[in-house]
Design a protein around this ligand. Structure first.
Ligand code: ADE
Ligand code: ZN
Length: 336
């Protein structure tokens, strides 16, 4: 199974680049940028990675991101993630970034986008890994602030494919961002959002009907509402599920209780992703391995999940078909 998971070419669709910042690089950047840290060592920092909720995690995550200042920092961060993609046969990535986490601290918008984008271009040249960028609005901030971010992105539209919505969900429903999503879609961005991670099924309805999202990040709480499940299936929208994130943030008690298989059996289209791999104990392949063991997933299940990762990516249909054909070739060769 481990070989199968490792060998199959796959796409990762739910990844926060700030959440891929490993402790070693975090310390290196802190030293380079002379930013004092609360933690004396990598070990001490890792001990703080115990969360009871999304809010708990967010506090540490924003502290970690505070070491990112210059274009080269964003380049190094993204390059480190893409090296891991190459090692795991991730051949396509859709990378989320939170500009407001950085612009609030005085970091230039162009340093963020250019640093991330340049690394993706270099990875495409070196390994053939393709990437899209998803600019996510922080939902604990106001819609007005999201509008400022949208405005700043105008010069960089050729580098950004989609908009997203992340951070603390409860109390910050999708409807709060109705106007900014409408404006973003008008500019040509594809609308995506986190919904139903901690928030109830109502939040997913709002994300679908008000923000008109084309993919749901997490979506676990869709299972509360049979009508919603039917609607998601009818609209042929995928859920980007993140198993190790869900156990780390106590969205799910144990991996054995994870609803992934139930989702698949109901006919929902799901994909496997790492969310914030530096904080939640594993990259995307580890997420596949752990959930496979916990739920006893078959090879066919794994193949289906990987196929979904391309079919529900933001790639063009012709490109999706090519990627799925390549995947099929590898899969059937392994099965010989
Ligand atoms: N930002 C980074 N990771 C997140 C998550 N799991 N949910 C919401 N916002 C996030
Ligand atoms: Zn996320």
């Amino acid at each position: 199974m481990k070989t199968l998971i490792k060998t199959l070419p796959k796409a990762e669709l739910h990844l926060h680049i700030e959440g891929s910042l490993e402790p070693d690089l975090l310390f290196e950047l802190a030293r380079r940028n002379r930013i004092p840290l609360k933690y004396k060592s990598v070990e001490e920092l890792k001990k703080a990675y115990k969360f009871n909720s999304l809010q708990d995690f967010s506090d540490i995550y924003y502290q970690g991101a505070s070491v990112l200042l210059h274009e080269n920092d964003f380049y190094d961060l993204t390059w480190a993630y893409l090296e891991k993609c190459a090692a795991q046969n991730v051949t396509h990535t859709e990378i989320m970034f939170d500009p407001q986490t950085h612009t609030e601290r005085g970091v230039q918008f162009d340093a963020i986008v250019n640093g991330i984008y340049r690394a993706t271009q270099d990875a495409e040249e070196k390994w053939g890994i393709t990437s899209f960028l998803i600019m996510s609005f922080l939902r604990h901030l106001s819609e007005e602030e999201a509008f400022k971010t949208l405005e700043q992105s105008k010069m960089f539209q050729n580098k950004i494919k989609a908009v997203g919505l992340d951070s603390s969900e409860k109390g910050n429903p999708p409807s709060k961002f109705k106007n900014v999503f409408k404006a973003a879609v008008k500019m040509g961005y594809i609308p995506l959002a986190h919904a139903g991670e901690e928030g109830d099924a109502d939040y997913i309805w709002e994300a679908l009907d008000i923000l008109k999202i084309e993919r749901i990040d997490h979506g676990n709480n869709a299972l509360q509402d049979p009508k919603l499940i039917e609607e998601i299936i009818n609209r042929d929208i995928a859920l980007t599920v993140c198993p190790l994130s869900n156990t780390s943030l106590k969205v799910v008690k144990k991996l054995k209780d994870h609803p992934l298989k139930k989702m698949m059996d109901l006919g929902l289209k799901v994909t496997i992703n790492s969310d914030d791999p530096a904080y939640f104990g594993g990259q995307v392949n580890k997420n596949y391995e752990e959930i496979q063991k916990a739920l006893n997933l078959t090879k066919e299940d794994i193949y289906q999940l990987v196929k979904n990762s391309f079919n529900y990516s933001l790639l063009k249909d012709t490109e999706k078909a090519e990627r799925v054909a390549e995947l099929a070739e590898v899969y059937y060769e392994l099965e010989q």
